[in-house]
Every structure is written in structure tokens, then in C-alpha cells.
Design a protein around this ligand. Structure first.
Ligand code: SF4
Ligand code: SF4
Length: 401
């Protein structure tokens, strides 16, 4: 396969350290003041009390002062449509479950081919298989998945099922699978270009919901073959999807913190299934993204919260990489009342996969000397500044834009 290399292009400069999901900003924004999680977490991290209070304010505000009449009811209803629909797929028996006692004997090469075809049929656009590096498994569950009383159970989902046996906040995560099947799901460019807006949120949620369902289905298929398998999606992660995808050759880790794929740029979302099903693995790729990002600062220059560094890479848990300031990023989302995807949109690699753009990506990959010119050309053609696109006509009817 073109551009395959023996090692991923991120530089390992020290012992790799596993990440604790409790430190993730999406977990921390739900540590509502006075809740058991908040007390436990801030007893260990008093230095984060102030910033986490600011992170939590967005959720608190929604709970404590829900508007009687939504500002934009036609578009606000999208949240339940997509993100709300994923909640049942977060259940422990959806992401994992009993393995069939009858085990089908498989050939790893044939099986890898079949799994990729099935994953594509289930909705994935790209599928790659890599070895699962144990360093990418979270150490502890940080997100409490269900909601009873909001102070005790931040409202990520509603309804605690009777007899819930899944991992709860602070439970250790153990996943010893050998392989990880990474899947990429593209986002609709017209909808994402409205970001930050309820319409781009709708698209992000739609893609996440589709990716969650595909991961759950693929995991169930593998368990029915007699092999353990665990789905990982936005509502129930056990592994860090970005390095897992990079190891499988879906793309390279970029300055903006996302994976850049040659065909989709950064305009896609990930889901994954880890398993012990014998599978032939793919190799990582070198598309020249590290050098391209050195020369291109478009995401850093465009980020409204200055969360993306314009400087050098730093060491993060053993890997030298650009470190996005997730707190600044999430605070900006809160200030807008919608998630932001500007860095995904403006990246010169995120272009519709026309013949022309595929040729440009080919040049960017193969000819390092052309990269500065391509970056300038991107600014000239698409603009150096970001301007959100209007909502598409079918979403304007009957609603405010
Ligand atoms: S999502 Fe928006 S705020 Fe966050 S890093 Fe990207 S551009 Fe910046
Ligand atoms: S916008 Fe430029 S610097 Fe940022 S991720 Fe894309 S290529 Fe890299």
C-alpha cells in the first residue's frame, strides 16, 4: 500500500504513559460542584478547581436555568435526534458482551479482508487494522454514563438501567486485545462549514451515531464468531482512538490534534473495535503531514480560542507532538452554545475528494518542495480567514439561521 512505513510518524521520546479518562475535559466538564466525582477529582487536583468550575458552567446553566422556550427550537431538537439516540449504544452489553462458545477457525488475511468489507457495509468509509498498543488503553473510567440526580450523576445520559453492571466513574479499565479495527466516517462538508452552529453539531452527532452503531454491530459480529471484541465510540471509550488509528495507518497525527487522512483530510470521525480475532494488520503511513504542519499554521491561526499551538511540539506522556489546549477549546464551545470544528474545516487537507483535490493531496504527499506553494494556494483559493457558511436551504425553511 502506498506511503506505508514501519513506524508511525509520531516520535516516541520516553516511556509511553497511559491516559486517565478522568483527566479528559469532557469528563471534567461534568464534575458538577459538590458531586461525588468533583469531590474525588479535586481532592487529587486542587489546582484544577477553578478552570473546571468554568468548564462545568455550561452544563450547570442548562440544568439550573433551562429556557422555557428554546431559542432555536427547530435546530436545538437535533441534539436529541443524534447524540440522544446513541445513549443505548453505550450500555455495557452493547459495547461488549458474551462471546459465542463455538469459535470459527479463521485465516488472518482472509478475515481482515472480510472484516473490512463488513465494516464498510455497516457504514465506515475507510477501515484499517492495527496492533493494539496497551499504552493507548485508558487507565480509569472518567465519564459516569447515566443520570439519576444531576448533582450525583451528571446528565450525560438519562436513565440508569436496573442492575447496571458496567464500569462506573473511577473503575480501572483493562483491555488486553491484540488488534484494533479503526473506522473513519466522513462528515458532510456543507453542514460542517456552518460551524460553530447547531447545524454542524447535527452533522457531528449524525456521524458519531452512525459510527457508534457500526462499531457495536461489528463487535457483536466478532463475538458471534467466538472471539472477544469491544466497541469504542463517543459514548463509551476504552482506548484513545487517535493514536490507535494512526498505528493502523488511517493517517497521521496533525498539529490540530486530529488524524489527517490523505483522502478525507481531518473532516471525519472515528470509531473502533478491539479484538483477539486473528487479523492481518496494516502498517502506519507517512503522508508528509509532520512536515506539512510545520509549514502550515492555518488551524493555529484560525482557531478562535488560540487553543492550537503555533510553536514546537512538546513531550506528552512519552510522545513528541503538538498539544492542543483542550480547556480553551471547550470553553469556546460553551461560549458559542455549540461545538466548534473550525480546525477540521480550514485544514488544507480537508477537501471534497474530487479528482483535482486527490491530485493535490498526491502532490502534497510526494513532493515536499511543493508544500509551501500548496499552503499559499489554499489561502488564495479558500481564504486565509474562516467564515462560516450559511445553513443549507433545506435547514433554513421554517427556522432562524
Ligand atoms: S475545535 Fe475550534 S476552538 Fe477547538 S481547537 Fe479546533 S478551532 Fe480551536
Ligand atoms: S491546518 Fe495546517 S497545520 Fe493545521 S492540521 Fe491542517 S495541515 Fe496541519
Amino acid at each position: 500500500m502506498a506511503h506505508e512505513v514501519e513506524r508511525p510518524t509520531y516520535e516516541v521520546v520516553g516511556p509511553l504513559e497511559r491516559f486517565d479518562e478522568r483527566d479528559n475535559v469532557f469528563a471534567r466538564e461534568a464534575y458538577l460542584p459538590g458531586s461525588p466525582e468533583e469531590r474525588e477529582y479535586h481532592a487529587r487536583h486542587p489546582e484544577l478547581v477553578e478552570i473546571d468550575r468554568r468548564l462545568a458552567r455550561f452544563i450547570e446553566e442548562k440544568i439550573d436555568n433551562p429556557p422555557e422556550v428554546p431559542e432555536d427550537p427547530l435546530n436545538e431538537a437535533f441534539y436529541e435526534t443524534t447524540f440522544g439516540s446513541v445513549a443505548p449504544l453505550a450500555q455495557p452489553d452493547a459495547v461488549d458482551g458474551p462471546v459465542n462458545s463455538y469459535r470459527v477457525e479463521v485465516d488472518p488475511v482472509e478475515m481482515a479482508r472480510r472484516i473490512k468489507a463488513i465494516a464498510r457495509h455497516l457504514g465506515a468509509y475507510l477501515v484499517r487494522i492495527g496492533p493494539l498498543n496497551p499504552a493507548w488503553v485508558y487507565t480509569h473510567r472518567g465519564v459516569r454514563p447515566f443520570f439519576e440526580d444531576y448533582r450525583d450523576n451528571p446528565p450525560l445520559f438519562t436513565g440508569v438501567p436496573e442492575g447496571y453492571q458496567g464500569l462506573k466513574y473511577s473503575d480501572p479499565i483493562e483491555i488486553n486485545h491484540r488488534y484494533a479495527i479503526s473506522m473513519a466516517f466522513p462528515q458532510n462538508a456543507a453542514l460542517i462549514r456552518t460551524t460553530p452552529s447547531l447545524v454542524s453539531d447535527f452533522e457531528v452527532g449524525r456521524v458519531y451515531a452512525a459510527s457508534a452503531l457500526a462499531a457495536v454491530e461489528l463487535g457483536k459480529y466478532i463475538r458471534a464468531l467466538g472471539y472477544p471484541a469491544r466497541a469504542h465510540h463517543l459514548r463509551n471509550y476504552g482506548v484513545l482512538l487517535v493514536p490507535v488509528a494512526v498505528d493502523a495507518g488511517l493517517g497521521e497525527l496533525a498539529r490540530c490534534g486530529y488524524v489527517i487522512n490523505k483522502e478525507l483530510g481531518a473532516n471525519f470521525r472515528l470509531a473502533c473495535v478491539t479484538t483477539d480475532l486473528p487479523l492481518a494488520v496494516d502498517k502506519p503511513v507517512d503522508l508528509g503531514v509532520q512536515d506539512f504542519c510545520e509549514k502550515c499554521l492555518k488551524c493555529a491561526d484560525t482557531c478562535p480560542s488560540q487553543a492550537i499551538p503555533s510553536g514546537e511540539k512538546v513531550e506528552v506522556r512519552g510522545v513528541k507532538r503538538w498539544q492542543v489546549d483542550a480547556e480553551k477549546c471547550l470553553l469556546y464551545w460553551g461560549s458559542q452554545g455549540a461545538a466548534c470544528a473550525i480546525c477540521q474545516v480550514v485544514c488544507p487537507w480537508s477537501k471534497p475528494p474530487t479528482l483535482f483535490h486527490r491530485s493535490v493531496a498526491e502532490i502534497a504527499t510526494r513532493i515536499p518542495q511543493a508544500r509551501r506553494f500548496l499552503i499559499k494556494a489554499d489561502d488564495l483559493v479558500y481564504g486565509a480567514k474562516y467564515r462560516p457558511a450559511p445553513f443549507p436551504e433545506w435547514l433554513r425553511q421554517g427556522g432562524d439561521t
